[in-house]
Design a protein around this ligand. Structure first.
Ligand SMILES: C[S@@+](CC[C@H](N)C(=O)[O-])C[C@H]1O[C@@H](n2cnc3c(N)ncnc32)[C@H](O)[C@@H]1O
Length: 371
């Protein structure tokens, strides 16, 4: 940590979406954003850490890098870990846990490394250790360089705190937000998701349009740190911009349960008045009245061999409906197999980078406005 209380803040996201997150970090005026594998680094102090957790839609978690030093052997790790200003960061009454990883380093025993850092913290702050503690300290020893970070988010940031009901294979909210961004969505056009499941794309789009902060309803691990200032945080969180929205966000799904879930999720997120959901199969899809916008969906993915014919037919039906009735609309389809995207017959541009989603590599296929 620098004298001015500044440090590196690591915004974690799914590999493949770093550039989209960089774009968001720039737009939201985070300082000195740079891409590294699996995320973006920015610089700042604790207020930027809170703001990153509150405002960034594309991050999965926010790590504060609080110390960095060389450690050639465990005695050195022990000594240098004791010098970290733990008392400024951790509270004596809040349990913590340490996770260590070692790569290409003389210290290779991860358990021993974690144990030294744990002892440094208990010696200096006296905080209790617990395997299920909300506060996780992450030590990475790479090429004899030890980097210590705190996970300031706690539960993954894709959990906005509004969704109780989840359909099969839901899209993570932070990925949905970044795919919307990659499709050029800025909140000013209507969105249609014709296979909306639990409504993730539709609700994210409506929240973006309304200028709602993604972390407005949830708690974060940083609230348990010594560096936390609840008055400053409440000012930051309460400072919500309210935008009036003149477009609407539409979801449909052939599954009645999915539609009910989407409605309940939109209600809890406070965007029910901006969204409309209905039970409908792809073959009955028609564009909403008004100006064109973006159709975005992650249809069922390819996988089991027996599904192949059905999946091809589903993607073909989707493409046919869109080509016949959605002139002027752009389309973004997230899927794991290029042949399925091709089966739509839609004029896709080159696909985006592969993104790992629940262990499956998916890509965004998008079109320009359809003729
Ligand atoms: C992978 S899920 C979408 C998940 C969604 N993006 C979410 O975040 O919850 C695919 C959805 O497509 C729906 N679906 C499958 N075939 C359909 C069809 N012919 N017409 C409409 N919806 C369909 C399924 O019911 C399922 O909810």
């Amino acid at each position: 940590m620098s004298a001015a209380g500044e440090f590196e803040i690591f915004l974690v996201t799914a590999p493949g979406l770093e550039a989209a997150l960089l774009d968001e970090a720039r737009e939201k005026r985070f300082r000195d954003p740079k891409i590294i594998k699996g995320g973006v680094t920015v610089r700042g102090g604790w207020p930027e850490v809170w703001r990153a957790n509150l405002e960034l839609r594309g991050a999965a978690r926010v790590l504060a890098r609080i110390a960095e030093f060389r450690a050639m052997h465990v005695a050195q790790l022990d000594k240098r870990a004791h010098k970290v200003a733990w008392g400024e960061i951790l509270r004596a009454d809040q349990p913590f846990r340490v996770e260590a990883s070692c790569k290409a380093s003389r210290i290779y025993h991860e358990g021993a490394a974690a144990q030294r850092i744990t002892k440094a913290i208990t010696d200096t702050v006296g905080a209790p250790v617990a395997d299920d503690a909300a506060i996780a300290i992450k030590a990475r020893i790479d090429d004899d360089l030890c980097t210590i970070s705190i996970d300031t988010s706690g539960e993954s940031l894709h959990k906005r705190g509004h969704k109780q009901a989840v359909a099969k294979a839901p899209m993570r909210e932070n990925l949905a937000a970044l795919f919307l961004r990659q499709c050029g969505f800025d909140g000013a056009e209507p969105v249609v998701d014709p296979m909306c499941g639990s409504g993730t794309f539709v609700i994210e789009a409506a929240e973006i349009a309304a200028g709602l902060k993604p972390g407005r309803s949830r708690r974060f691990a940083f609230e348990q740190l010594a560096s936390f200032d609840s008055a400053a945080w409440n000012r930051m969180r309460g400072n919500a911009e309210k935008r009036s929205v003149d477009v609407r966000f539409h979801g449909s799904d052939r599954d009645a349960g999915a539609v009910a879930m989407s409605r309940a999720n939109a209600e809890r997120a406070g965007v029910a008045s901006l969204t409309a959901f209905k039970q409908q199969a792809i073959s009955d899809l028609t564009p909403p009245e008004g100006k064109p916008g973006l159709v975005i969906a992650n249809p069922p993915y390819g996988g089991r061999i027996g599904d192949r014919k059905q999946l091809n037919a589903l993607y073909r039906a989707l493409g046919q409906t869109l080509l016949a009735t959605f002139g002027g609309w752009r389309v973004g389809i997230i899927t794991n197999e290029a042949p399925l995207a091709e089966a739509t017959g839609l004029p896709f541009q080159a696909p985006g980078d592969p993104v790992s989603h629940g262990g499956i590599k998916v890509r965004l296929f998008q079109t320009r406005p359809l003729p």
